[in-house]
Design a protein around this ligand. Structure first.
Ligand SMILES: [Cu+2]
Length: 119
């Protein structure tokens, strides 16, 4: 019986040193999850977002007359946008539970936060 060993020579080298960047670099999948702010209340339309590990982007649309943003606690924050704007934040996340929130003063305390569950 033949042993099913992988030949060491089959290792694919992904050389990306200097020079011209190629598109062949293996990138973590980047998935965008959309949510929106409530039109009048200090809340999001989602309290839980489930995402796959890797690069995660949250994209918040703001239909409210109040300024809002989207951020992932400890991982980064998007810019504060006014009505009609979109705030985005991206982070490379491992499995775990994170908090997404609006960092405008007092908003998270009032309820503008939720769980981001990465699996
Ligand atoms: Cu807010």
């Amino acid at each position: 019986m033949r042993k099913n060993k992988l030949a060491a020579g089959a290792v694919v080298l992904a050389v990306g040193l200097g020079g011209v960047a190629t598109t062949a670099v293996s990138a973590a999948p980047n998935t965008t999850y959309k949510l929106s702010a409530d039109k009048s209340k200090l809340k999001f339309n989602k309290s839980t977002i489930r995402a796959k590990s890797g690069k995660v982007t949250l994209s918040l649309s703001n239909p409210s007359s109040l300024p809002h943003n989207i951020s992932i606690q400890g991982k980064g924050k998007g810019k504060v946008v006014n009505k009609g704007g979109t705030s985005t934040v991206s982070a490379t996340l491992k499995k775990g539970t994170y908090t997404f929130l609006c960092t405008v003063d007092g908003h998270a305390k009032a309820g503008m936060k939720g769980k981001l569950i990465v699996s």
